[in-house]
Design a protein. Structure first.
Length: 472
């Protein structure tokens, strides 16, 4: 039988429904000013919500041609037999006629209340349609009638994993695997429990066992690649994603997974090709443009990166983490009005990150409004900043002529070198704005030499120094 799997918490698989628009860390920056110039493309958490889609339903559907052949043979012998009608229901599932399958299985259960096969299939359909109470009731009936029903225990494990009840899910999967060591669902489920427990070597072992049982199931390779990434076995993860794509070349999310992995491995051109392929198939998924924008930026294609960020935000204006990296690119490209708007929007959505307010003011200072525009904006927001913060003192330096001496002393006295480097950039940018160029250059050099390559401020300082060197 050819098993057809859905995903089990793959790296980049999109869940069904609206969860895709949830807060997804992925390769994009968090909504703070200290945004990595070269962030890890493989996230610390899933780029999608912690959703575990049931694979039992797809295992049940099997090979439609085989299901058709089995049904025709059984129909000739006894078309009213419950087993024959269950075969027809499985055929309906394989054909995607799920509502018809629900009605048929309900009818079978009504006439044959102990029909385990009908109950199992109906339970999976209940889960698919979101009726968790009925799903649980039917699955418990299955294992009560037949305590050794391996697929029933595996499906219970999936249900518990969806509910994030990891201990009980692991018990159910382990029971299923003990009853039937060849049950693929049990091994894949165990692997996903182990991933969530951060037991990556154990997860790798479970997925490897599933692959040994069913070597032509693409999604198991994707699941194993996720464990391999966490073990930093990136070449092996890449091979697994290659294999998944070979097995199912038209499944766009596998290209997303491989594109992100290739970016992490420094294979930027290949990564862009994968995102191009994914976007061709999924042009309405805003997050794919964010992923590609990050890689385009890494290879210096800033104009194309800006277009992708703009596209993503046009598709989903509420995706606020894209605002700061877009503002950074506008700033580097001297598109000051657009930079000011992007940073202003970022600050509006994250009022605790006062550096966004400073960046807005400094961008406004480069527009036709000049230093007066910067001061007007900063005057409106500076009192919202904590009085003991360095941002407040730098903000006052922008507002009040002569206060820069106090702000400089505060920054120089800062003991945290990370914060000192960040705030030194804003002093440099202020002096640059008021055309104290030599002092600005000195401070930009301090930021560059602080060797914090993961900061917006470090990147902007380095870019400005390059401009100075070009203008010599």
């Amino acid at each position: 039988m050819v098993f057809v799997f859905s995903t089990c918490a793959m790296i980049g698989r999109a869940p069904d429904g609206p969860e895709l628009d949830a807060d997804i860390p992925a390769i994009v920056e968090e909504d703070v000013a200290a945004i990595p110039v070269e962030p890890p493309v493989i996230p610390e958490e899933d780029p999608v919500p912690d959703v575990y889609e049931s694979i039992s339903l797809y295992v049940l559907s099997g090979d439609p041609e085989a299901a058709i052949a089995a049904y025709r043979a059984a129909e000739l012998e006894d078309p009213d037999d419950p087993a024959t009608r269950v075969l027809l229901g499985n055929l309906m599932i394989a054909a995607g006629a799920l509502d018809d399958a629900v009605r048929l299985f309900d009818s079978v259960i009504e006439s044959d209340p102990d029909n385990i096969d009908a109950m199992f299939a109906r339970a999976l359909l209940a889960g698919h349609f979101g009726n968790r109470a009925l799903q649980e009731q039917l699955l418990m009936n299955v294992v009560t009638i037949d305590p050794e029903n391996a697929r029933g225990h595996a499906a219970i494990g999936e249900m518990l994993l969806q509910q994030r009840r990891l201990d009980r899910a692991a018990e159910a999967f382990q029971k299923s695997a003990t009853i039937d060591p060849e049950n693929v669902v049990a091994h894949v489920g165990l692997g996903n429990v182990q991933l969530r427990r951060e037991r990556y070597q154990e997860a790798k072992t479970s997925f490897t066992r599933a692959i040994e049982i069913e070597p032509d199931s693409p999604f198991v390779y994707v699941d194993r690649s996720r464990a391999l990434v966490r073990l930093y076995e990136l070449d092996a993860a890449h091979r697994d994603l290659d294999r998944a794509i070979d097995l199912e070349p038209d499944f766009a999310w596998n290209y997303v997974d491989r594109g992100r992995l290739r970016a992490e491995m420094g294979q930027f051109d290949d990564s862009i090709e994968d995102f191009n392929r994914a976007i061709e198939s999924l042009p309405d998924v805003f997050l794919l443009y964010v992923y590609r924008a990050r890689v385009l930026d890494r290879v210096g294609r800033r104009g194309a990166a800006i277009e992708d960020f703009e596209t993503a935000l046009a598709m989903n204006p509420e995706y606020h983490p894209a605002l700061a990296p877009l503002g950074t690119l506008y700033y580097i490209e001297n598109r000051w009005g657009e930079a000011a708007q992007a940073f202003r929007d970022a600050y509006r959505h994250n009022r605790s990150e006062h550096a966004f307010g400073l960046l807005t003011a400094l961008s406004l200072g480069r527009t036709d409004g000049g230093i007066a525009a910067a001061r007007r904006y900063m005057r409106d927001i500076v009192n919202d900043m904590p009085r003991d913060s360095l941002e407040y003192h730098v903000g006052r330096a922008i507002v009040e002529s002569g206060y820069d001496a106090i702000a400089t002393r505060r920054v120089n006295d800062e003991r945290d070198p990370f914060r000192k480097a960040r705030m030194t950039f804003y002093l440099a940018a202020y002096y640059d704005l008021i055309e104290q160029t030599r002092l600005a250059q000195t401070l930009y050099l301090e930021v560059e030499r602080s060797n914090y390559p993961g900061l917006i401020e470090t990147r902007l300082a380095a870019e400005r120094l390059r401009e100075f060197r070009r203008d010599r």
